[in-house]
Design a protein around this ligand. Sequence first.
Ligand SMILES: C[S@@+](CC[C@H](N)C(=O)[O-])C[C@H]1O[C@@H](n2cnc3c(N)ncnc32)[C@H](O)[C@@H]1O
Length: 237
Amino acid sequence: MDEAKEYANQWDVSARFFYEQGYYSWMAQQIEQMHTVVEVGCGTGYSTLALVENGHNVIAIEKNHNCIVKAKQLLTERGITDDRVVFIEGDIAEDAFRNGLAAEYEFNAVLCWNVGSYWNKNMIEYYLPYMLQYGLNRWQIAQNPESSYAELILWETCRLAQAKGVAVHIVDRGAETLNEQNDPYYKMLKDEFGYKKIEYANHSALSISKGGRMLSTKGVVNKDELLDIILVSILMR
Ligand SMILES: C[S@@+](CC[C@H](N)C(=O)[O-])C[C@H]1O[C@@H](n2cnc3c(N)ncnc32)[C@H](O)[C@@H]1O
């Protein structure tokens, strides 16, 4: 099976679990007042479904064709076939694609939820110039390509939000709670993109590793079936 298809099948298991546990509803509740959102990397659609159920309209962006096919099928099965969701296949790191979104659509926030765990080593050649442009050096990228890529995608998310002057909502899976005191990274993004406020929320959760999309920390794959994690919500506006 090709890697993109295998990824979609594995992520589908992890995401369905997140949905059934109500974690996506919690994420959507953090952005209650934002009506139309761009979702960067909608995966197989469980997060999109929770957003619609929370009253949002969603412009769902995804670069993996297999994921977007599954996402469309899920929303159709759940009876959501109207214009509350627009699916667009594309790569958020591509300037022309990102600029096209900003020019063509109106939205109140850009979301990037759970971007980690997507990386595979075949992506390095293609994305290296993008990561260098973002500002990482070759040593940093070689040390941890997966988190370098995740940082790149969060940065591209902020660039899209900045182009429209709207909020950014990030959800990450971590081992510890995050707050203003122990966060150097998102505060840097806030300053770089000129946001006035940054708000944190944390939620204890479980995440499937073995049996779904395997999680890794600093390149070490975790073979446990379920892991204790903290879902960290960061809202910048
Ligand atoms: C771990 S999944 C998370 C999906 C969804 N946000 C959720 O929380 O269930 C990350 C998704 O981002 C997509 N993705 C990764 N890089 C991307 C890019 N450059 N442009 C668009 N989508 C991307 C992947 O294909 C994958 O489906």
